[in-house]
Design a protein around this ligand. Structure first.
Ligand SMILES: Nc1nc2c(c(=O)[nH]1)N[C@@H](CN(C=O)c1ccc(C(=O)N[C@@H](CCC(=O)O)C(=O)O)cc1)CN2
Ligand SMILES: [Mg+2]
Length: 296
């Protein structure tokens, strides 16, 4: 049986280190670091994530500014809120919760965020910085995955990695981060031919396709490290109840993998912990204060 990677515990440790850094920032700057989160509409999952972001931001000793806008807010009004946050010196990080309602152009909204406050790392300037190895902000979920991988494996240099999924939020930045760690990276997706054969080559498998329990144990190289980014709600054992599963069939994969993240409690908790990390990094950078970002 494989080792289960405890993302919840790792995230707790990271949040504690961010908390220490936040105390240091306040002592040096005379103000608390601040994160603004904008939620448009009433999507139930987004409401939970935004509530948790607010709570964890406060618990880490930073200010949380929540902007909840009705689902029928115009794009122009949302852009005006983002501009106001860009110009607010108390706001170090800005995050617009995704998905946005269908009448909004997500790319246009993200492009309006000041790249140096873009703690989600979604702005094209930060995408370009990541691709060219310049300092910027890296999307929270993939950065959290790399932190878990390095904690488990130490150096990733020379390892074969397969990323399943090519989204802008996870798959593509994940591939860039693994290239930067000197992995040999394959990006597979829904059109990949003979996916099990491709996955079987990998020392590291990152599953981010959004298909419940798609990756099976017999697809894996024995001893592989498996990072499951999927969050899929499926019918549970009890009538009318649902349960969360990943993109990996945990039971069969755990028989073959060397280590594997569970769902829930693996990658998920890292997303918000890394968001807090990016926010305290943004606060120091934008205030021109020296800070050892690698110590987080
Ligand atoms: N602007 C952004 N929008 C979205 C992001 C993002 O990083 N920035 N990511 C996701 C949602 N997300 C945070 O926003 C997020 C997803 C999952 C978790 C989490 O802790 N998951 C738990 C299970 C939670 C549950 O029971 O439902 C886990 O996997 O253990 C935190 C944050 C999309 N939008
Ligand atoms: Mg995809």
């Amino acid at each position: 049986m494989s080792q289960v990677i405890d993302g919840k515990a790792f995230a707790e440790g990271l949040r504690a280190r961010v908390g220490t850094a936040a105390v240091g920032f306040e002592a040096k700057s005379g103000r608390k670091a601040g994160l603004a989160v904008v939620l448009v509409g009433e999507d139930p999952a987004s409401q939970v994530y935004v509530r948790n972001k607010g709570k964890q931001t406060l618990a880490a000793g930073m200010n949380s500014f929540e902007h909840k806008l009705p689902a029928d807010t115009s794009e122009a009004d949302l852009l005006a809120v983002v501009e106001q946050l860009n110009n607010d010196p108390a706001v170090d990080g800005i995050l617009v919760q995704l998905p946005l309602p269908a009448h909004m152009n997500e790319q246009k909204v993200i492009a309006t965020i000041n790249p140096d406050k873009d703690v989600d790392g979604f702005h094209v300037v930060n995408v370009g910085r990541l691709a060219t190895g310049l300092p910027g902000f890296v999307p929270c979920t993939p950065l959290g995955c790399v932190m878990l991988l390095k904690d488990r494996l130490g150096s990733l240099s020379g390892l074969d990695a397969v990323v399943i999924g090519r989204s802008n939020i996870v798959g593509k930045p994940m591939a860039q981060l693994l290239i930067a760690e000197s992995c040999t990276v394959t990006v597979a997706h829904s059109r990949t031919k003979d996916l099990p054969e491709v996955v079987r080559r990998a020392d590291i498998v990152v599953a981010a396709v959004g298909r419940p329990e798609m990756v099976k144990g017999d697809w894996l190289k024995p001893g592989a490290t498996v990072i499951d980014v999927g969050i899929n709600r499926v019918p549970g054992a009890e009538e009318g109840k649902t349960k969360l599963v990943g993109d990996v069939d945990f039971a069969s994969a755990a028989e073959v993998a060397g280590a594997i993240t569970p769902v829930p409690g693996g990658v998920g908790p890292m997303t918000i912990a890394v968001l807090l990390r990016n926010t305290i990094v943004a606060a120091h950078r934008n205030a021109g204060l020296a800070f050892d970002e690698t110590a987080l």
